[in-house]
Design a protein around this ligand. Structure first.
Ligand code: CMX
Length: 438
């Protein structure tokens, strides 16, 4: 059985060759136009960065190294006794482009479990924070402080060769992914379970199995399976989304993976991005409160219009790239469809009913380019049903997940020797001159 690093070592030379070829032969080839709308519209649609792990098609949704979510569900190993994709098999795929064997997956689970304990100074740091501090701020602080042990930074100071960057980046990334569950669970326990003790990491369990245990939900097999699926399919969503892109940008300055990912978490904490799964639940519960037992399609429509007319967005709907229902939303809905208790949950029934009317209302409203649900429309409601009701915490779970994609791609950025990212900005006066001369 090969290790993750050995598998990566095998695939790197061919990709480096491909990159060298593209650079040598095609650096000046034009592959698209820059329109004014790209410059003033948050760079939407501008093809301007390399990202190997996944590509997002507006209509088909995400593919991880060419595999759709249903393909991954069929091919990627699950936990012993489980059915859902686990973080380790997704991590392996995102990093190497290969589907791991069962043995490779178990070996990686053990490696992560062995590296998963937090250093004492991080425990003290997190324990010293006010419980009123948002869990995402705590997560970002904890991840940044873990850079105390960055091997990349230590080796950089010693003067390592550029060809070695990826190896130390990989070491930091694996150590960080391994430690995220203990860090995230400690935050949960401090904020919502008044500092109750965390169980020790079980070396025979997968990363998310341990995370669920440390959160205090290990005995709930269905919730643990849901978390496995959730964390795997939220792992990567190509490179341009705000969190992945932030990690990529910051790391391009050769900041170590810890502080790069800490910055990414700050981007994830915005309500237009990862915080939407907290916002969806807040919005759904407010609707439930207002409508009481009268949850009809008509009443939901009225509530949607009320939200839109007050100038707010409908959380969980719309997307920067997608133009169809998000396949991640569909995968999570299918998880619900196989479990009678979830089908009977009032919150989940409301998600389904909202889905039946919201696209029509958003189309009539006429602003959003994509009236269909994104993953956040449903992800939090299942957690809520299973008793993980503290929705301010939900984006932290997303943060544990997004590390799989954002961090593995730092390894590739360093293996390919990608340079410091530095797009050109222009003022409106310069833009107007360009417009008149074009
Ligand atoms: N409700 C109401 N209006 C919406 C909307 C929604 N769900 N989605 C988009 N719009 C509006 C935009 O605010 C924008 O209005 P203005 O022209 O007044 O600025 C207009 O429609 C056009 O926007 P767009 O091009 O369709 O969408 P963007 O690429 O600008 O934004 C997104 C994408 C996700 C930020 C937006 O759809 C949104 O705010 N959705 C709700 C929040 C959400 O669910 N975010 C999670 C996204 C997934 C993730 O990253 O985790």
């Amino acid at each position: 059985t090969k290790t993750l690093k050995e598998t990566l070592q095998e695939v790197i030379p061919a990709k480096q060759e491909q990159f060298k070829n593209i650079k040598a032969k095609h650096s000046q080839t034009v592959v698209g136009d820059v329109k004014v709308e790209n410059i003033i519209g948050g760079m939407r649609g501008l093809k301007a960065m390399l990202w190997e792990a996944s590509v997002l098609d507006p209509y088909e949704g995400i593919r991880f190294h060419g595999l759709s979510i249903p393909d991954c569900q069929k091919q990627l190993p699950a936990a012993p006794g489980g059915k859902e994709i686990i973080a380790e098999s997704m991590l392996w795929l995102l990093l190497t482009g290969k589907v791991p064997t069962e043995a490779e997956t178990r070996q990686l689970s053990r490696e992560l479990a062995e590296k998963g304990d937090l250093p004492a100074y991080i425990e003290h740091l997190i324990d010293s924070l006010p419980t009123s501090l948002h869990p995402m701020t705590q997560l970002s602080m904890g991840v940044a402080a873990l850079n105390h042990d960055s091997v990349f930074q230590a080796q950089y100071e010693k003067g390592m060769k550029k060809s070695e960057y990826w190896e130390y980046t990989l070491e930091d990334c694996i150590n960080l992914i391994a430690r995220l569950p203990a860090l995230a669970a400690r935050i949960y326990r401090n904020v919502y379970r008044s500092g109750s003790d965390l169980p020790a990491i079980n070396k025979d369990l997968d990363l998310v199995g341990n995370y669920s245990n440390m959160l205090g939900y290990g005995a709930n097999h269905d919730l643990t399976e849901y978390l496995r699926l959730y964390i795997s399919i939220h792992g990567d969503h190509e490179g341009g989304n705000a969190s992945a892109h932030t990690a990529h940008l910051v790391n391009s300055t050769l900041s170590d993976p810890y502080i790069s990912y800490s910055a990414a978490l700050c981007a994830l904490a915005g309500p237009l991005h990862g915080l939407a799964n907290q916002e969806v639940l807040r919005w759904q519960l407010a609707m439930q409160k207002e409508l009481g037992d009268n949850i009809t399609h008509e009443n939901i429509k009225d509530y949607l219009w009320k939200t839109l007319k007050s100038g707010q967005v409908v959380p969980g709907y719309g997307h920067g790239v997608l133009r169809k229902s998000d396949p991640r939303f569909i995968a999570l809905q299918e998880f619900c469809d196989t479990r009678p208790d979830l089908l009977q949950s009032p919150t989940i029934q409301m998600v389904k009913k909202t889905f039946e009317v919201a696209p029509g209302v958003l189309m009539e409203h006429g602003k959003t380019k994509n009236p269909w649900p994104n993953v956040d429309a449903t992800s939090g409601c299942v957690l809520y049903h299973y008793g993980l009701t503290e929705f301010k915490y939900y984006t932290v779970i997303f943060g544990v997940s997004r590390a799989l994609g954002a961090l593995t791609q730092l390894v590739w950025a360093r293996a390919l020797g990608l340079p410091l990212e530095r797009p050109k900005s222009i003022s409106m006066d310069v833009l107007e001159k360009l417009i008149t001369t074009s």
